[in-house]
Write a protein that binds this ligand. Structure first.
Ligand code: BES
Ligand code: MN
Ligand code: ZN
Length: 489
């Protein structure tokens, strides 16, 4: 989708869209085409269009031999998420409509640059698709809309538009990684998909199985040992500061490219969902791309623990005891609680290697998180109130919302093991919290840490204004916002 900016509507254009604020139909009278304005507004009112966010009204104006499509899109309060949703709803309506070009007339609307950029960002987001494996698409199903002319008073792109494009690139990468099936996307091919980030200035390092063995990453390797796909630890570093010695923020992602459960095999129904058990790693990779694409003035290291969890003659068994890189031992009660086993070694390695002040991890860690929060909020657990607050705030600003859950010694006790330092599952109750307690045992004194359990967020079973059903790209907008507000400038 290409965006250009013009001071007036081009002569030959297949459709024109007018963003309309809530109850703003009459106020928009003078913005609509002369001669047709009255009828268009009456028709829109008759169709109960009132400018509510993401509502769309479509009609035609002009002569019978030269009809022009006219679209009104509701922008609600005219700010923030309403604009992003409006942009998305507009594209959802027109993407496969047969038209290739669309003017979006925002002249006379008095949108701030930030808000205009957000409207366009929503359009770009909703246009993302993955048609790689669809070889028999009917013409009517294929996207047609490519050229967007944004008509602004000044004819210029809004300040911050390049930045939004960078963030979009990150969201798109995350969605692509989440969408790819596990026969295509496994630890090595995940790494290959991220290698092009080097062209943007991201330093890429990869640890292979042998290196992880030497480092003693027994917890991560225990998960990987049932798969014929060798594991990888992918490290992406972006330093947009002038100071090479600055301490980086560390982001760690769970990258289980397929989670069968291992010997504690999952039930068959819905198991295909577990191709997206690498959504945390995808969010980390997408964020690194966004940061580099928009040249963020921050120093950030993104680390993805990449493994496949499979049952096999060589797979780890329930009851096995593994030794993590930190030296702490773990009784593996349930091989399906594998995410924490991957993360604990990645978290420990990150702290030993970079001595960060702050470390965040993202993971599709527990089904219990979906029971608690559904698909509206990711869960956040933190040892630092200010950090939790900043993340929740970034969530509200970006649209990737978070809700905080507790940690405490009482929960921590629930994962004590009679044979090892800890076991990898607690009782059924508070399953998301005991998973977080497990990770906290790997956080060093003085390090600010937050764990984001995003199990309910990376995949959507239904369309929304900004994504079609499937991968959401959750986490990229959130982390980008958090970094912009807390680690830049
Ligand atoms: N990847 C799953 C969590 C998950 C489940 C994410 C459904 C998204 C949708 C994780 O590895 C897992 O299997 N967790 C278990 C933990 C249990 C064995 C303590 C779970 O949630 O059932
Ligand atoms: Mn699992
Ligand atoms: Zn998992």
């Amino acid at each position: 989708m290409n965006f250009t900016f013009a001071a007036s509507t081009p002569q030959r254009i297949e459709a024109v869209a007018y963003p309309i604020a809530a109850d703003g139909l009459d106020a928009a009278a003078g913005r609509l085409p002369e001669g047709a304005s009255g009828l268009v507004r009456a028709a829109a009112r008759a169709a109960r269009f009132d400018g509510g966010a993401a509502s769309v009204f479509e009609t035609y104006v002009g002569e019978a031999d030269a009809p022009q499509r006219l679209v009104l899109v509701g922008i609600g309060k005219g700010a923030g998420a309403d604009l992003e949703n409006a942009g998305g709803a507009l594209v959802a309506r027109l993407l496969t409509s047969g038209i290739t070009s669309l003017a979006v007339d925002v002249s006379g609307l008095n949108l701030s640059d930030t808000d205009l950029a957000r409207l366009l960002f929503g359009m770009r987001e909703r246009a993302w698709r993955i048609d790689t494996y669809r070889t028999r698409m009917k013409d009517q199903e294929k996207p047609t809309l490519v050229d967007i002319v944004v008509v602004t008073g000044g004819g210029k792109a809004p300040a911050g538009w390049d930045r939004q494009i960078g963030i979009y690139e990150g969201v798109a990468l995350a969605r692509e990684l989440v969408s790819e099936p596990a026969n295509v996307l496994y630890p090595e091919s995940f790494v290959e998909r991220c290698r092009p980030l080097a062209d943007l200035g991201v330093e890429i390092d990869v640890l292979d199985e042998g290196q992880m063995k030497s480092l003693g990453m027994g917890a991560l390797l225990g998960v990987a040992q049932g798969s014929v796909r060798p594991p990888r630890l992918l490290v992406m570093r972006w330093n947009g500061t002038d100071d090479d010695a600055s301490t980086p923020l560390c982001l760690v992602g769970k990258g289980v490219t397929f989670d069968s459960g291992g010997i504690s095999l999952k039930p068959g129904a819905g198991m295909e969902d577990m191709k997206w058990d690498m959504g945390g790693a995808a969010a980390v990779a997408g964020t690194m791309k966004a940061l580099a694409a928009r040249k963020a003035k921050a120093h950030v290291v993104g680390i993805c623990g990449l493994v496949e969890n499979m049952p096999d003659g060589n797979a780890q068994r329930p009851g096995d005891v593994v030794t993590s890189m930190s030296g702490q031992t773990i009784e593996v009660i349930n091989t399906d609680a594998e995410g924490r086993l991957v993360l604990c070694d990645a978290l420990h390695w990150a702290q030993k290697t970079y001595a960060p002040d702050t470390i965040l991890d993202l993971a599709t860690l527990t089904g219990a998180m979906i029971i608690a929060l559904g698909h509206e909020h990711g869960g956040v657990f933190s040892n630092d109130d200010a950090l939790a607050g900043s993340l929740i705030d970034a969530g509200l600003q970006s649209g990737d919302k978070l809700w905080r859950l507790p940690l405490s010694d009482a929960y921590d006790k629930l994962i004590n093991s009679p044979i090892a330092d800890m076991k990898n599952v607690g009782p059924r109750q508070a399953g998301s919290i005991t998973a977080a307690q497990f990770l906290q045992r790997y956080i060093e004194k003085g390090v600010k840490w937050a764990h984001l359990d995003i199990a309910g967020m990376v995949w959507s079973d239904k369309d929304t204004p900004i994504w079609a059903k499937g991968a959401t790209g959750y986490g990229v907008r959130l982390l980008d916002r958090y970094i912009a507000d807390n680690h830049e400038g």
